[in-house]
Design a protein around this ligand. Structure first.
Ligand SMILES: [Zn+2]
Length: 353
């Protein structure tokens, strides 16, 4: 059985895992590498760690390649990082070719949200499904679309930017230049921003106390308050659910897939945002209303009661991710196993090659 190396080139740490073809995680290393030390130091450490891992299996198992999940936009054609706020100094540098040369094994670069989707599809919440749409709620909101077990890249590798779907045309300005993106309501950054707005509004005493007591005031702090029943904190998570519901309604109308998986740090707040999310999806999405599982009860005026029972295989499932931060490691390791059809030239018409 062969194995592959998955790399999670996160905003802070570098994590590397050896995963075999059955999906067993053989070994995982979290290097102390600080991404802020710069591109060359990170690449050198990555290459050294991969060599050390690989040498352990030499002779016993074949290395199929290395997949690297990168927080940013990847140019699949050139193997370069096109844009990544978390990786300053990485753009316009032939990352894939440089690493490939050093390691003499196929290297696959992929956006981090895409590898998370691939991981959940292979071994997590969407295991056994051909298709999955994944939304990752982290510092920002990422999206990944896996169709027929392959990442859907679109024309230039930029497909799946679910975080920048408009949920409110008059909403706050987003880093992408647009207004009222999903990211502006459902990211950890957005939760903290909404908390500060509520505090500034003078109606959120508990939030105010928590924010001033807690130096590491975060989306998690707001969630804890919501769990304790604090009104303003609950309202913030209801807003998260509202925005996700709108986003999902659009996605479900567009894609009609079976599985929609929600992961990332903010997904820990599921309990606080899921009720509004399901309500909103049900209210806005007739495709969902027509395929909703029995256990999810939408508003009574919905159409589901009139519909004939569907086989469970044709129900729309919106669920939490299962693999946590390892989804990206598994998904990255999966890339070399899926082989050449995932590489950059696969969908370019022959005359452009
Ligand atoms: Zn945006």
């Amino acid at each position: 059985m062969g194995f592959a190396i998955g790399v999670d080139l996160g905003g802070t740490n570098l994590r590397i895992a050896a995963v075999d073809e059955s999906g067993a995680l053989v070994e995982k290393v979290t290097t102390g590498t600080q991404v802020k030390r710069g591109r060359d130091a990170v690449i050198d450490d990555m290459v050294a760690a991969i060599r050390a891992l690989t040498s352990k299996f030499q002779g016993k198992s074949k290395l199929l390649g290395v997949g690297i999940g990168v927080p940013g936009i990847i140019d699949k054609y050139t193997g370069m990082v096109r844009e990544s706020p978390n990786l300053p100094g990485w753009s316009d540098y032939p990352v894939r070719d440089v690493i490939e040369q050093k390691l003499q094994t196929p290297i696959f670069l992929e956006n981090d949200a895409n590898v998370a989707a691939l991981g959940e599809n292979w071994l997590g919440a969407a295991k056994g499904n051909d298709d999955v749409c994944m939304i990752t709620l982290g510092t920002g909101v990422g999206g990944g679309l896996v169709l027929r077990q392959r990442v859907w890249h679109g024309m230039t590798g930029m497909a799946g930017e679910i975080g920048h779907m408009t949920v409110d045309p008059n909403g706050p300005r987003c880093g992408c230049g647009s207004f009222g993106c999903l990211e502006a309501y459902a990211s950890a950054t957005a939760v903290v921003r909404m908390a500060r707005e509520a505090i500034a509004g003078g109606q959120a005493d508990q939030l105010k106390r928590t924010a001033s007591d807690d130096a590491e005031f975060s989306a998690r702090s707001v969630f804890n308050l919501a769990l304790q029943g604090d009104g303003p904190a609950r309202q913030i998570f209801a807003k998260v659910g509202w925005a996700l519901g709108i986003g999902l309604a659009n996605l479900i109308n567009l894609l009609n897939l079976r599985m929609y998986v929600i992961g990332g740090g903010v997904s820990a707040g599921w309990q606080a945002f899921a009720p509004t999310m399901f309500e909103e999806v049900f209210r806005r999405c007739f495709v969902y209303a027509a395929t909703v599982p029995d256990e999810i009860q939408g508003p009574q005026e919905g159409a589901s009661a009139e519909l004939k029972p569907l086989a469970s295989a044709r129900r729309t499932i919106i669920t939490r991710a299962l693999l946590g931060s390892d989804a990206g490691l598994y998904g990255a390791a999966r890339l070399p196993m899926l082989g050449v059809e995932m590489t950059e030239h696969a969908h370019i018409p022959a005359f452009q090659k």
